[in-house]
Design a protein around this ligand. Structure first.
Ligand code: ASP
Length: 324
């Protein structure tokens, strides 16, 4: 019997067209994927919802929360076996990770997109949509967290990131690799995520910002963030988790105002840790109360801090959450 798959379109290049005269890629009045839905109907009983028609730089955490609620509401109305969300690739990993942290339904959840718009030579959108419906309809895809499927690869939402501005193999999981592949004959998993976490999120109103450390960085931006009364800050620190000494007073100012500071590394492999004991080194930062994350990149640590802050502002609790 065919599986039931809910497809939610949110926009992105996968739903856009290129103007042949100007070369500009934009969302048109109609989503080209809606016309192509017949191509996936042989794979599963597909129900399609056009949630938004937005380029993904226009997607906010409020949109992510709406996608989460939409999936849960639709499941309550009519349970399905899996869901596929089409999304612009620029912020795809953030939406995928938000859903990973906040949805607990016993179904497969797949996020996909495309690097080439629907009328470009070598357009990858329809292919990725078909692959994603196949993955969503595959019972083995359950209990693996939210999956990101593009270019014949299956990645976990937690580890995947966009690595290339234009190449179709842009989505990679540095350090870990994909957890499965899509072949002509089937869906093959070769890894199983060893942990999962979920948080209740009532709203996404907390303001969390993300900044990147650099040689010679001082405290001025950190002081500004404190003045702007952000609820949390993620810093992409240097190497194993260090900052220039001139940035430390700014970090202390934030912590003194009970604004949590989460550290990730600006290296795209490895985990930020409290190793170095010099001024601005990770040991000093940790002693002052900076929270070290467990290998997330900056944009995902920001999503996690927003989700975590909607539950607790207690520093010890936040630290525990970031150990996961
Ligand atoms: N800029 C586009 C977006 O994120 C890129 C894409 O979809 O691939 O909406």
């Amino acid at each position: 019997m065919k599986k039931n798959v809910l497809v939610i379109h949110t926009g992105g290049t996968i739903s856009m067209m290129e103007d042949k005269d100007t070369g500009a890629v934009t969302p048109g009045k109609e989503n080209p994927l809606s016309v192509q839905t017949s191509m996936v109907s042989s794979l599963a009983e597909v129900q399609v919802i056009e949630a938004f028609h937005l380029p993904s730089p226009h997607i906010t955490t409020e949109h992510m929360h709406r996608i989460k609620r939409l999936i849960e509401e639709e499941y309550d109305k009519r349970p399905f076996d899996g869901v596929v969300i089409t999304h612009g690739t620029d912020t795809l990993e953030e939406t995928a990770y938000f859903l990973d942290l906040t949805i607990t339904l016993p179904v497969s959840i797949v996020v996909t997109g495309a690097m080439r718009s629907s009328n470009e030579i070598g357009a990858d959108g329809l292919y990725n949509l078909i692959s994603s419906v196949r993955v969503a309809a595959e019972p083995q895809s359950n209990n693996k967290g939210v999956l990101v499927v593009l270019n014949d690869e299956i990645h976990s939402a937690k580890n995947v990131t966009k690595t290339h501005t234009s190449n179709v193999s842009t989505f990679q999981s540095p350090q870990y690799g994909p957890i499965g592949i899509v072949t002509k004959r089937g869906i093959l998993y070769h890894h199983q995520p060893t942990s999962s976490e979920s948080y209740k999120v009532c709203d996404v109103t907390k303001r969390v910002t993300l900044i990147k450390a650099y040689a010679g960085m001082d405290s001025s931006l950190l002081y500004a963030i404190k003045e702007l009364q952000y609820d949390g800050v993620v810093i992409e620190a240097l190497g194993q988790g260090n900052l220039p000494p001139e940035a430390v007073p700014g970090v202390c100012g934030l912590l003194d105002h009970n604004i949590p500071v989460v550290l990730v590394s600006r290296c795209f492999n490895g985990i930020a840790q409290d190793v170095y004991g010099y001024a601005g080194g990770g040991k000093q930062l940790k002693e002052k109360g900076v929270i070290f994350s467990n290998g997330l990149n900056g944009q995902k640590a920001r999503i996690k801090l927003m989700v975590a802050l909607s539950q607790t502002t207690n520093f010890q609790e936040l630290e525990r959450i970031f150990k996961n």
